[in-house]
Design a protein around this ligand. Structure first.
Ligand SMILES: Cc1ncc(COP(=O)(O)O)c(C=O)c1O
Length: 382
């Protein structure tokens, strides 16, 4: 069996430190906003080179809080990608704002800046860019659009803490960057958690208040905020893992390079690709932009007979996952937005053809070779 992700392997070398950190918090008893929370925020600030880092209860809440901090008016439009995790869009809708979708670039799975420009209306106020699978969206283009049209930029970097664009960490280009510490993320906690970074003192102050019911001082509420604090226990555990984050990314990048070598013979053209004519005995590898440092939270290939390949890998007990089978513009709960099949063709095609393979750094070379052989064997079968 080869797992998609094995947290016990990742934690084995730091097991004693994790236990020590947990025991320390259990013993000192300050379980809500204990000193470990501020310490982690300082470490995140230093790691991302941002002026303020504020932790919260999840990556989903981080997006919601970031949007709320922008103080947009009901009905204001926010442009984002339909090819992302649910909470990028649920946050917009929960606040009474209007989601406007812009399709992805088929090569990188990230939002297409030209599609954003076409989607802009006089009511557009913000863009939420998602750095999907561990790779930055085109931040040069996105920053340019936001400056030209006077829009806010939120970066949903839930999958991309540690990734960069032209050597600057993602999350630090926009008004607010958001991260997730969900266990499967590159900096995964041992439970839920999230964080936001910003260079704006005003936004930082609002975010800090919003995560504690919009309250400051105690029992005086300026905003209708959330209860969304990162547990002290979680902060202490994540602090143990943070110094290892770059080596986790290196391990993933090493495995990605190994896959590239092993798949050489069955790889077909990638970049801007017309994926409608993907050959059935070939695969498309993840595209790396030259400006981006990819941290491979997921290693996502594209194949014509994706569901059959899944079945083949499942039969051999090789972990795999489909991110995401239904793009958000076609989700039942968003029917009222009025989108139909065919509106976002690149996202729809990606949903049909993409498959994530095991990539975490602690996989052995033999395991990567086994996964690659199973995929190649399938591609050669008819
Ligand atoms: C792109 C993206 N945005 C937001 C989230 C939400 O993060 P969380 O699971 O911590 O709420 C996730 C993670 O699942 C994600 O992958």
């Amino acid at each position: 069996m080869i797992p998609l992700l094995d947290l016990t392997r990742i934690h084995a070398p730091i097991n004693a430190q994790l236990k020590e950190a947990a025991c320390r918090v259990i013993d000192h008893g300050r379980y809500i906003l204990g000193s470990e929370v501020a310490e982690l925020e300082q470490s995140l600030q230093a790691y991302t080179q941002s002026k303020h880092a504020i932790t919260c209860a999840s990556g989903s809440d981080a997006i919601l809080l970031a949007l709320q901090a922008l103080q947009l008016a009901p009905g204001d439009e926010v442009i984002t990608t339909p090819y992302t995790f649910f909470s990028t869009v649920s946050s917009i809708e929960r606040l009474g704002l209007k989601t406007v979708f812009a399709d992805i670039l088929p090569g990188t799975f990230n939002i297409n800046p030209s599609a954003i420009i076409q989607a802009i209306t006089p009511k557009t106020r913000a863009i939420i860019a998602v750095h999907l699978f561990g790779q930055s969206a085109d931040l040069t283009a996105l920053k340019g659009i936001c400056e030209k049209y006077k829009l806010f930029l939120i970066e949903d970097a839930a999958q991309s803490l540690g990734a960069s664009w032209e050597w600057q960490k993602v999350g630090t280009f926009g008004d607010v960057g958001t991260y997730s510490f969900f266990p499967s993320k590159n900096l995964g906690g041992l439970g839920d958690g999230g964080a936001m970074v910003t260079d704006s003192a005003t936004l930082a102050e609002r975010l800090k208040m919003l995560r504690v019911h919009g309250m400051e001082p105690k029992y005086y509420h300026k905003y209708i905020g959330l209860n969304s604090r990162l547990d002290t226990l979680q902060a202490a555990l994540i602090q143990v893992k943070l110094p290892h984050l770059d080596s986790y990314a290196e391990g993933r990048r090493r495995n990605a390079a190994l896959y590239r070598e092993l798949f050489h013979e069955v790889t077909t053209l990638t970049a801007s690709g017309d994926f409608s004519s993907l050959e059935s005995n070939k695969l498309v590898l993840p595209v790396e932009c030259p400006e981006a440092f990819h941290v491979y939270n997921q290693f996502v290939i594209r194949v014509q007979r994706r569901d059959a390949l899944r079945a083949h890998l499942n039969a051999q007990k090789i972990g795999n996952e489909v991110y995401y089978p239904v793009p958000l513009h076609l989700q039942e709960c968003f029917t009222y937005l009025g989108y139909e099949k065919g509106d976002m063709p690149h996202s729809e095609r990606a949903a049909e053809t993409s498959l994530a393979l095991p990539i975490f750094g602690e996989l052995t070379t033999a395991e990567i070779e086994t996964v690659a052989s199973a995929v190649i064997e399938f591609l050669h079968s008819r």
